[in-house]
Design a protein around this ligand. Structure first.
Ligand SMILES: CC(C)(COP(=O)(O)OP(=O)(O)OC[C@H]1O[C@@H](n2cnc3c(N)ncnc32)[C@H](O)[C@@H]1OP(=O)(O)O)[C@@H](O)C(=O)NCCC(=O)NCCS
Length: 173
């Protein structure tokens, strides 16, 4: 867990990080509504994901605390049609033992900088409507809520609402 003396860095992911990324991802699959999948993934799945993101020139960033991989953030195409090519949808995950210490904010600031350099025009976040931590994080970063789709997903035996937020890149101060 990060503390006042912890050394925190954000850097580009390498293939050597994929086992740690997989563990964070699978914990979110099993224990949260951040990902609306019921099935965990294996290393080959994350290797394919990494290769696809690199081939498209999309960033995968990781946060390390005292040398331990504690979170990651990335973006990919929002929609697969050419007209949407300046818009991306991102994800950000912090290890369960490292949440609430600013890592999500650090990762997102770095990801927004990459989007600015991209150049990406709009970033989209689609968040389970009760995920207050993620919605608060995105509000702090300047994202606006565009709307909430009701009961468009299901997990853990209940319907899930999806809140969508957008950032016009470069307008976040
Ligand atoms: C959402 C998540 C990425 C936030 O990362 P984090 O490192 O915990 O967040 P930070 O410490 O950077 O906090 C950012 C803001 O969110 C707020 N926040 C953090 N946890 C919160 C919580 N449990 N409830 C309400 N707000 C919360 C913080 O208060 C902070 O705002 P503040 O500075 O005004 O207080 C992290 O909780 C996480 O990985 N959750 C599980 C996966 C997930 O939901 N990913 C997002 C999918 S869209």
């Amino acid at each position: 867990m990060p503390n006042a003396q912890s050394a925190t860095t954000v850097r580009d992911a390498t293939e050597a990080d994929l086992a740690d990324i997989m563990d964070i991802y699978n914990d979110a699959v099993l224990n949260t509504t951040a990902i609306w999948n019921d099935n965990v993934v294996d290393l080959a799945n994350r290797q394919d994901w990494f290769a696809a993101r690199m081939a498209r020139g999309f960033p995968i960033l990781v946060a390390e605390v005292d040398g331990r991989l504690s979170g990651y953030a990335s973006y990919g195409d929002w929609r697969a049609f050419e007209g949407f090519r300046h818009t991306v949808e991102h994800s950000v995950y912090v290890h369960k033992n490292a949440r609430g210490h600013g890592l999500g904010g650090l990762l997102m600031q770095a990801l927004i900088e990459r989007a600015e350099a991209g150049p990406i025009h709009v970033m989209v976040a689609c968040i389970e409507a009760k995920n207050e931590a993620s919605i608060r994080l995105h509000e702090k970063l300047g994202f606006r809520t565009t709307g909430t789709f009701l009961e468009v997903g299901t997990k853990f035996g209940r319907w899930l609402d999806l809140t969508c937020m957008e950032l016009r890149v470069g307008e976040n101060g």
